[in-house]
Design a binder for this molecule. Sequence first.
Ligand code: ADP
Ligand code: MG
Length: 340
Amino acid sequence: MTAAVRLAGVSKSFGKVPAVADVSLEVAPGELVALVGPSGCGKSTLLLLLAGLLEPDAGTIEVGGRLVAGPRTWVPPEERRVGVVFQDAALFPHLRVADNVAFGVPRGRERAARVAELLELVDLPDLGRRYPHELSGGQQQRVALARALAPSPSVVLFDEAFGNLDSGLRTSIREATVAALHETGAAGVFVTHDQVEALAVGDRVAVMRRGRFEHVAEPATAFHEPASRFSATLLGEADFVPGTGDGAAVDTELGRLAATPASTGAVEVMLRPHEVTFTPGGSAVVDRREFRGASYVYTLRLPSGALVRSIQPHTVDVPVGALVTAAVEAGHPVRAFPPR
Ligand code: ADP
Ligand code: MG
Protein backbone atom coordinates (compact mmCIF):
# COMPACT_ATOMS: atom_id res chain seq x y z
CA MET A 1 0.00 0.00 0.00
CA THR A 2 1.22 3.51 -0.78
CA ALA A 3 2.20 5.37 2.37
CA ALA A 4 0.35 8.63 3.11
CA VAL A 5 3.70 10.07 4.10
CA ARG A 6 7.24 8.78 3.75
CA LEU A 7 10.26 10.59 5.15
CA ALA A 8 13.70 9.14 4.49
CA GLY A 9 16.86 10.57 6.04
CA VAL A 10 15.39 14.06 6.38
CA SER A 11 17.61 16.70 8.00
CA LYS A 12 17.28 20.44 8.55
CA SER A 13 19.68 22.71 10.41
CA PHE A 14 19.38 26.37 11.34
CA GLY A 15 22.98 27.56 11.41
CA LYS A 16 24.66 25.14 13.78
CA VAL A 17 21.40 23.85 15.29
CA PRO A 18 20.38 20.48 13.81
CA ALA A 19 16.63 21.00 14.29
CA VAL A 20 15.75 17.75 12.47
CA ALA A 21 18.48 15.14 12.09
CA ASP A 22 18.19 12.12 9.83
CA VAL A 23 14.52 11.39 10.46
CA SER A 24 12.78 8.52 8.69
CA LEU A 25 9.09 7.71 9.13
CA GLU A 26 6.28 6.09 7.19
CA VAL A 27 2.66 6.90 7.99
CA ALA A 28 0.00 4.58 6.57
CA PRO A 29 -3.23 5.93 5.04
CA GLY A 30 -5.66 6.68 7.85
CA GLU A 31 -2.99 6.26 10.51
CA LEU A 32 -2.47 8.85 13.22
CA VAL A 33 1.08 9.32 14.52
CA ALA A 34 1.53 11.42 17.64
CA LEU A 35 4.81 13.29 17.74
CA VAL A 36 5.85 14.10 21.29
CA GLY A 37 8.97 15.68 22.75
CA PRO A 38 10.19 18.61 24.81
CA SER A 39 10.11 22.18 23.58
CA GLY A 40 12.77 22.82 20.93
CA CYS A 41 13.27 19.17 19.93
CA GLY A 42 12.25 19.81 16.32
CA LYS A 43 8.55 18.90 16.17
CA SER A 44 7.37 22.05 14.42
CA THR A 45 10.33 22.01 12.05
CA LEU A 46 9.41 18.49 10.98
CA LEU A 47 5.82 19.55 10.24
CA LEU A 48 6.98 22.61 8.29
CA LEU A 49 9.22 20.34 6.19
CA LEU A 50 6.26 18.06 5.48
CA ALA A 51 4.00 20.98 4.63
CA GLY A 52 6.56 22.49 2.26
CA LEU A 53 7.08 25.63 4.34
CA LEU A 54 10.74 24.67 4.85
CA GLU A 55 13.17 22.96 2.52
CA PRO A 56 15.19 19.98 3.84
CA ASP A 57 19.00 20.05 3.71
CA ALA A 58 19.00 16.31 2.99
CA GLY A 59 16.63 13.39 2.54
CA THR A 60 13.39 12.83 0.68
CA ILE A 61 9.74 13.44 1.48
CA GLU A 62 6.85 11.68 -0.24
CA VAL A 63 3.17 12.48 0.20
CA GLY A 64 0.63 9.99 -1.10
CA GLY A 65 3.34 8.23 -3.10
CA ARG A 66 4.55 11.40 -4.81
CA LEU A 67 8.03 12.79 -4.23
CA VAL A 68 7.54 16.36 -2.97
CA ALA A 69 11.01 17.21 -1.65
CA GLY A 70 14.40 15.78 -2.44
CA PRO A 71 17.40 16.36 -4.63
CA ARG A 72 16.20 18.39 -7.63
CA THR A 73 12.55 18.02 -6.57
CA TRP A 74 10.36 20.65 -4.96
CA VAL A 75 6.58 20.67 -4.86
CA PRO A 76 5.13 23.85 -3.30
CA PRO A 77 2.81 23.63 -0.27
CA GLU A 78 -0.44 24.24 -2.14
CA GLU A 79 0.24 21.28 -4.45
CA ARG A 80 1.19 18.79 -1.72
CA ARG A 81 -2.14 17.40 -0.48
CA VAL A 82 -1.12 18.28 3.05
CA GLY A 83 -3.52 20.03 5.44
CA VAL A 84 -2.30 21.98 8.45
CA VAL A 85 -3.95 22.98 11.71
CA PHE A 86 -1.89 25.25 13.95
CA GLN A 87 -2.34 26.13 17.61
CA ASP A 88 -3.99 29.38 16.70
CA ALA A 89 -6.70 28.53 14.18
CA ALA A 90 -5.44 31.30 11.87
CA LEU A 91 -8.81 31.76 10.16
CA PHE A 92 -9.27 34.66 7.77
CA PRO A 93 -10.98 37.20 10.08
CA HIS A 94 -12.85 39.03 7.32
CA LEU A 95 -14.33 35.85 5.81
CA ARG A 96 -17.39 34.02 7.06
CA VAL A 97 -16.91 30.44 8.29
CA ALA A 98 -18.24 28.95 5.05
CA ASP A 99 -15.86 31.09 3.00
CA ASN A 100 -12.93 30.13 5.21
CA VAL A 101 -13.70 26.48 4.52
CA ALA A 102 -14.41 27.12 0.82
CA PHE A 103 -10.92 28.58 0.52
CA GLY A 104 -9.54 25.05 0.28
CA VAL A 105 -12.21 23.70 -2.10
CA PRO A 106 -11.59 23.83 -5.84
CA ARG A 107 -14.00 26.18 -7.64
CA GLY A 108 -16.94 24.52 -9.34
CA ARG A 109 -20.57 23.56 -9.11
CA GLU A 110 -20.00 21.24 -6.15
CA ARG A 111 -18.31 23.84 -3.99
CA ALA A 112 -21.23 24.84 -1.75
CA ALA A 113 -22.22 21.23 -1.21
CA ARG A 114 -18.67 20.33 -0.29
CA VAL A 115 -18.50 23.16 2.25
CA ALA A 116 -21.78 22.03 3.83
CA GLU A 117 -20.48 18.46 3.99
CA LEU A 118 -17.26 19.59 5.71
CA LEU A 119 -19.11 21.73 8.26
CA GLU A 120 -21.32 18.73 8.96
CA LEU A 121 -18.22 16.57 9.39
CA VAL A 122 -16.80 18.85 12.10
CA ASP A 123 -20.24 19.17 13.68
CA LEU A 124 -20.82 22.87 12.93
CA PRO A 125 -23.57 22.61 10.32
CA ASP A 126 -25.33 25.86 11.29
CA LEU A 127 -22.44 28.25 11.73
CA GLY A 128 -21.42 28.86 8.11
CA ARG A 129 -22.57 32.49 8.14
CA ARG A 130 -20.71 33.51 11.28
CA TYR A 131 -17.41 35.33 11.36
CA PRO A 132 -14.44 33.80 13.21
CA HIS A 133 -14.68 36.29 16.08
CA GLU A 134 -18.22 35.05 16.72
CA LEU A 135 -16.94 31.54 17.51
CA SER A 136 -15.41 29.96 20.61
CA GLY A 137 -11.80 28.77 20.51
CA GLY A 138 -12.91 25.16 20.10
CA GLN A 139 -15.27 26.05 17.26
CA GLN A 140 -12.52 28.00 15.51
CA GLN A 141 -10.26 24.94 15.68
CA ARG A 142 -13.00 22.82 14.14
CA VAL A 143 -13.37 25.30 11.29
CA ALA A 144 -9.61 25.16 10.81
CA LEU A 145 -9.87 21.38 10.61
CA ALA A 146 -12.68 21.61 8.04
CA ARG A 147 -10.56 23.99 5.97
CA ALA A 148 -7.56 21.65 6.22
CA LEU A 149 -9.69 18.70 5.10
CA ALA A 150 -11.33 20.60 2.23
CA PRO A 151 -8.88 19.65 -0.55
CA SER A 152 -9.00 15.93 0.49
CA PRO A 153 -5.41 15.83 1.73
CA SER A 154 -3.39 12.64 2.16
CA VAL A 155 -2.34 13.84 5.58
CA VAL A 156 -3.31 16.53 8.07
CA LEU A 157 -0.64 18.01 10.33
CA PHE A 158 -1.58 19.31 13.78
CA ASP A 159 0.89 21.51 15.65
CA GLU A 160 -0.16 21.73 19.31
CA ALA A 161 -3.56 22.38 17.75
CA PHE A 162 -5.54 22.13 20.97
CA GLY A 163 -2.91 23.52 23.33
CA ASN A 164 -4.90 26.71 23.96
CA LEU A 165 -8.13 24.96 24.91
CA ASP A 166 -9.07 24.04 28.47
CA SER A 167 -8.78 20.37 29.32
CA GLY A 168 -12.42 19.25 29.11
CA LEU A 169 -12.98 20.88 25.74
CA ARG A 170 -9.63 19.61 24.59
CA THR A 171 -10.62 15.99 25.12
CA SER A 172 -13.90 16.35 23.26
CA ILE A 173 -12.45 18.23 20.29
CA ARG A 174 -9.61 15.73 20.12
CA GLU A 175 -12.09 12.87 19.90
CA ALA A 176 -14.11 14.72 17.27
CA THR A 177 -10.95 15.36 15.28
CA VAL A 178 -9.87 11.73 15.32
CA ALA A 179 -13.37 10.71 14.23
CA ALA A 180 -13.40 13.25 11.38
CA LEU A 181 -9.97 12.12 10.20
CA HIS A 182 -11.01 8.47 10.22
CA GLU A 183 -14.16 9.33 8.31
CA THR A 184 -12.17 11.00 5.53
CA GLY A 185 -9.39 8.39 5.51
CA ALA A 186 -6.70 11.06 5.80
CA ALA A 187 -3.61 10.25 7.83
CA GLY A 188 -2.54 12.54 10.66
CA VAL A 189 0.66 13.69 12.26
CA PHE A 190 -0.24 15.15 15.60
CA VAL A 191 2.34 17.21 17.49
CA THR A 192 1.89 17.63 21.21
CA HIS A 193 4.10 18.14 24.24
CA ASP A 194 1.44 16.44 26.37
CA GLN A 195 2.25 12.75 26.81
CA VAL A 196 -1.28 11.83 27.87
CA GLU A 197 -2.62 13.35 24.67
CA ALA A 198 0.05 11.56 22.61
CA LEU A 199 -0.81 8.18 24.13
CA ALA A 200 -4.55 8.77 23.75
CA VAL A 201 -4.56 9.98 20.18
CA GLY A 202 -1.80 8.11 18.37
CA ASP A 203 -2.04 4.79 16.59
CA ARG A 204 1.69 5.12 17.07
CA VAL A 205 3.76 7.49 19.16
CA ALA A 206 7.05 8.98 17.97
CA VAL A 207 9.23 10.28 20.80
CA MET A 208 11.52 13.02 19.58
CA ARG A 209 14.70 14.31 21.19
CA ARG A 210 17.18 16.82 19.78
CA GLY A 211 15.93 16.42 16.23
CA ARG A 212 15.90 12.62 16.24
CA PHE A 213 13.35 9.91 16.87
CA GLU A 214 14.18 8.13 20.09
CA HIS A 215 11.35 5.60 19.85
CA VAL A 216 8.52 5.00 17.40
CA ALA A 217 6.00 2.42 18.59
CA GLU A 218 2.39 1.71 19.50
CA PRO A 219 1.41 3.67 22.61
CA ALA A 220 1.34 0.67 24.98
CA THR A 221 4.76 -0.51 23.82
CA ALA A 222 6.26 2.96 24.07
CA PHE A 223 4.81 3.37 27.57
CA HIS A 224 5.68 -0.06 29.02
CA GLU A 225 8.84 -0.85 27.09
CA PRO A 226 10.41 2.54 26.39
CA ALA A 227 13.56 2.48 24.28
CA SER A 228 15.43 4.77 26.67
CA ARG A 229 15.21 6.42 30.06
CA PHE A 230 14.42 9.67 28.28
CA SER A 231 11.46 8.06 26.54
CA ALA A 232 10.38 6.42 29.79
CA THR A 233 10.27 9.72 31.66
CA LEU A 234 8.78 11.69 28.80
CA LEU A 235 5.76 9.38 28.49
CA GLY A 236 4.89 9.25 32.19
CA GLU A 237 6.19 9.28 35.74
CA ALA A 238 8.96 6.71 36.13
CA ASP A 239 11.40 5.69 38.84
CA PHE A 240 14.52 3.59 38.37
CA VAL A 241 15.32 1.04 41.05
CA PRO A 242 18.58 -0.92 41.27
CA GLY A 243 18.56 -4.70 40.98
CA THR A 244 20.58 -7.74 39.99
CA GLY A 245 19.64 -9.93 37.07
CA ASP A 246 20.41 -13.65 36.80
CA GLY A 247 19.19 -14.10 33.25
CA ALA A 248 15.72 -15.24 34.34
CA ALA A 249 14.57 -12.34 36.53
CA VAL A 250 15.82 -9.34 38.48
CA ASP A 251 16.11 -9.25 42.28
CA THR A 252 15.21 -5.87 43.75
CA GLU A 253 14.24 -4.39 47.09
CA LEU A 254 10.64 -4.78 45.93
CA GLY A 255 11.05 -8.50 45.26
CA ARG A 256 12.05 -10.66 42.33
CA LEU A 257 10.67 -9.24 39.08
CA ALA A 258 10.23 -10.59 35.59
CA ALA A 259 12.08 -8.10 33.39
CA THR A 260 12.69 -7.33 29.75
CA PRO A 261 15.16 -7.66 28.17
CA ALA A 262 16.54 -10.69 30.06
CA SER A 263 19.42 -9.24 32.08
CA THR A 264 22.48 -10.45 33.98
CA GLY A 265 24.32 -8.42 36.59
CA ALA A 266 23.59 -4.90 37.78
CA VAL A 267 20.54 -3.22 36.18
CA GLU A 268 17.94 -0.62 37.01
CA VAL A 269 14.29 -1.44 36.47
CA MET A 270 11.71 1.16 35.51
CA LEU A 271 8.68 1.32 37.75
CA ARG A 272 5.69 3.58 37.22
CA PRO A 273 3.73 4.79 40.28
CA HIS A 274 0.61 2.81 39.38
CA GLU A 275 2.67 -0.41 39.40
CA VAL A 276 3.94 -0.02 42.97
CA THR A 277 1.92 -1.02 46.04
CA PHE A 278 2.80 -1.23 49.72
CA THR A 279 1.63 -2.84 52.95
CA PRO A 280 2.06 -1.62 56.56
CA GLY A 281 5.26 -2.53 58.43
CA GLY A 282 8.71 -3.10 56.97
CA SER A 283 11.92 -1.28 56.24
CA ALA A 284 10.84 1.28 53.63
CA VAL A 285 9.75 4.72 54.85
CA VAL A 286 7.03 7.04 53.55
CA ASP A 287 9.17 10.03 52.61
CA ARG A 288 6.35 12.29 51.41
CA ARG A 289 2.97 12.23 49.79
CA GLU A 290 1.19 14.42 47.30
CA PHE A 291 -2.59 14.82 47.19
CA ARG A 292 -4.08 14.68 43.68
CA GLY A 293 -7.76 14.65 44.51
CA ALA A 294 -8.75 11.11 43.61
CA SER A 295 -5.39 9.72 44.69
CA TYR A 296 -2.25 10.15 46.76
CA VAL A 297 1.18 9.74 45.29
CA TYR A 298 3.42 8.30 48.01
CA THR A 299 7.19 8.56 47.71
CA LEU A 300 8.83 5.63 49.48
CA ARG A 301 12.47 5.54 50.54
CA LEU A 302 13.80 1.99 50.20
CA PRO A 303 16.52 0.68 52.58
CA SER A 304 19.18 1.37 49.91
CA GLY A 305 18.06 5.01 49.76
CA ALA A 306 16.41 4.63 46.35
CA LEU A 307 13.10 6.47 46.00
CA VAL A 308 10.04 4.97 44.35
CA ARG A 309 6.58 6.43 43.95
CA SER A 310 3.28 4.61 44.52
CA ILE A 311 -0.11 5.94 43.49
CA GLN A 312 -2.94 4.96 45.80
CA PRO A 313 -6.64 5.79 46.08
CA HIS A 314 -7.34 8.73 48.43
CA THR A 315 -8.76 6.20 50.88
CA VAL A 316 -5.25 4.84 51.55
CA ASP A 317 -4.27 7.36 54.21
CA VAL A 318 -0.74 6.65 55.51
CA PRO A 319 1.26 9.35 57.29
CA VAL A 320 4.72 10.52 56.32
CA GLY A 321 7.32 8.60 58.36
CA ALA A 322 5.35 5.32 58.46
CA LEU A 323 7.25 2.09 57.83
CA VAL A 324 5.99 -0.02 54.90
CA THR A 325 6.95 -2.85 52.56
CA ALA A 326 6.82 -2.02 48.86
CA ALA A 327 5.90 -4.48 46.13
CA VAL A 328 5.33 -4.46 42.39
CA GLU A 329 2.09 -5.36 40.63
CA ALA A 330 2.88 -4.51 37.04
CA GLY A 331 1.00 -7.29 35.25
CA HIS A 332 3.84 -7.54 32.74
CA PRO A 333 7.64 -7.79 32.79
CA VAL A 334 9.24 -4.52 33.84
CA ARG A 335 11.73 -2.72 31.62
CA ALA A 336 15.38 -3.14 32.65
CA PHE A 337 18.07 -0.60 31.74
CA PRO A 338 21.84 -0.73 32.18
CA PRO A 339 22.84 1.08 35.37
CA ARG A 340 23.81 4.72 34.97
P1 ADP B 1 9.56 22.30 18.80
O1 ADP B 1 8.43 22.55 17.86
O2 ADP B 1 9.79 20.85 19.10
O3 ADP B 1 9.45 23.09 20.07
P2 ADP B 1 11.16 23.60 16.75
O4 ADP B 1 11.04 22.69 15.58
O5 ADP B 1 10.34 24.83 16.74
O6 ADP B 1 10.93 22.78 18.10
O7 ADP B 1 12.69 24.04 16.91
C1 ADP B 1 13.77 23.12 16.86
C2 ADP B 1 15.07 23.88 17.01
O8 ADP B 1 15.30 24.68 15.86
C3 ADP B 1 15.11 24.82 18.19
O9 ADP B 1 16.42 24.83 18.70
C4 ADP B 1 14.74 26.15 17.56
O10 ADP B 1 15.29 27.21 18.31
C5 ADP B 1 15.38 26.05 16.19
N1 ADP B 1 14.64 26.81 15.15
C6 ADP B 1 13.40 26.56 14.74
N2 ADP B 1 13.02 27.40 13.75
C7 ADP B 1 14.09 28.21 13.53
C8 ADP B 1 14.36 29.31 12.62
N3 ADP B 1 13.44 29.68 11.71
N4 ADP B 1 15.56 29.89 12.68
C9 ADP B 1 16.50 29.47 13.57
N5 ADP B 1 16.31 28.46 14.44
C10 ADP B 1 15.14 27.83 14.43
MG1 MG C 1 6.71 23.73 18.11
